[in-house]
Design a protein around this ligand. Structure first.
Ligand SMILES: NC(=O)c1ccc[n+]([C@@H]2O[C@H](COP(=O)([O-])OP(=O)(O)OC[C@H]3O[C@@H](n4cnc5c(N)ncnc54)[C@H](OP(=O)(O)O)[C@@H]3O)[C@@H](O)[C@H]2O)c1
Length: 304
């Protein structure tokens, strides 16, 4: 498994495990995490809000026995404050971030975090205060590096210019290519992209037809349901292995840090890892031909 290096020297596996869809049953989640380790995956993505903290606890417990390995890296996220009624409210204040990190550390069973990410936010946030919270946590040795998860170009631009972020998490795959215009700036700042949604909920897998019907019946972005179906069919004429193709597309970008793929079973993960390995064999000609058949998307929502 290839590793990519963040500015601070932290190494992350090029295929990472997105832990959000592991569920709350330890017995189902742990075999997926174990399988990831067997495949050489060393980067694990979670967030404090996934299943109200249960996800961090499950990930922390499953990875506890590997704590003496210094190559396992966990990234978690902050910003969604859990209210007493179970709902969340956005809170990017310094006081909240510095308090919330203690909860994540406790649930993950760690004394410091490798990567701490702001889980969203808008340009109206107290951006410099938030940045200063992350800088202080880094100085205090509580976190080693920080990043943001964002689909807002103006927010991304601000953090690239005014903070020391090392990662940018965004949905990114062969169909959702919205991050592409931002990548020159991202790469110039030596920031690495964590590509979430790389198989687009299963649309870019062998199950594309059923996932199209079950999860994309309303279409998505600039695609109607029909256009999306036609595009997928047209791409398959070039390469039938859609996962290998989208992984090849993602790894073709110098800014890529890790493909954060989700899986709801060890078998899905096996398939995704095999397709990651196979993605290296796909030719540039095939990739270019496939790219010619998709729309060039831009961020048109969330501009403020
Ligand atoms: N704002 C944020 O920061 C943010 C937001 C979303 C996600 N994330 C992170 O990114 C990770 C990945 O995101 P995602 O779950 O949206 O993206 P994804 O990896 O594109 O989709 C994962 C889902 O696709 C299906 N799938 C995966 N492999 C498959 C296979 N081989 N065959 C058929 N179906 C397959 C499964 O759905 P079924 O369970 O239905 O089979 C799985 O739950 C998350 O786990 C989370 O860690 C972060």
């Amino acid at each position: 498994m290839q590793k990519n290096v963040l500015k601070s020297g932290i190494e992350i596996s090029e295929l990472g495990l997105g832990c959000m869809s592991l569920g709350t049953d330890k017995k189902q989640a742990e075999p997926i995490i174990e399988r990831a380790i067997e495949h050489g995956i060393t980067y694990f993505d979670t967030a404090d809000m996934y299943d109200k903290g249960v996800n961090e606890a499950i990930v922390g417990e499953a990875l506890k026995k590997y704590q003496n390995r210094d190559d396992i890296v966990i990234g978690t996220k902050v910003g969604n404050r859990l209210k007493d009624d179970g709902s969340t409210t956005w809170d990017p204040s310094k006081s909240y971030i510095k308090e919330a990190v203690k909860g994540s550390l406790q649930r993950l069973g760690l004394d410091h975090l490798d990567l701490y990410q702001l889980h969203g936010g808008t340009i109206g946030d107290p951006l410099d205060e938030t940045i200063s919270a992350f800088d202080e946590l880094k100085k205090e040795g509580i976190i080693r590096a920080y990043g943001i998860s964002s689909i807002r170009p103006n927010v991304i631009d601000y953090y690239l210019k005014h903070s020391d972020i090392e990662t940018l998490m965004s949905q990114f795959n062969l169909i959702d290519n919205r991050p592409e215009p931002l990548l020159d700036d991202v790469h110039a700042k030596k920031v690495k992209v964590l590509a979430r949604g790389p198989v687009f909920k299963g649309l870019l897998t062998a199950k594309s037809n059923s996932v199209l019907d079950s999860k994309f019946s309303e279409g998505i972005f600039d695609y109607t349901y029909q256009e999306l179906g036609e595009t997928i069919a047209s791409i398959k004429e070039i390469e039938s292995n859609l996962t290998a193709l989208t992984f090849n597309y993602l790894t073709s970008h110098d800014a890529l840090g890790s493909i954060i793929v989700g899986a709801s079973s060890p078998e899905q993960l096996d398939e995704n890892v095999n397709n990651y390995l196979h993605s290296k064999d796909i030719s540039l000609e095939k990739l270019k031909a496939a790219q010619d058949r998709v729309k060039d998307l831009n961020y048109t929502q969330h501009l403020n």
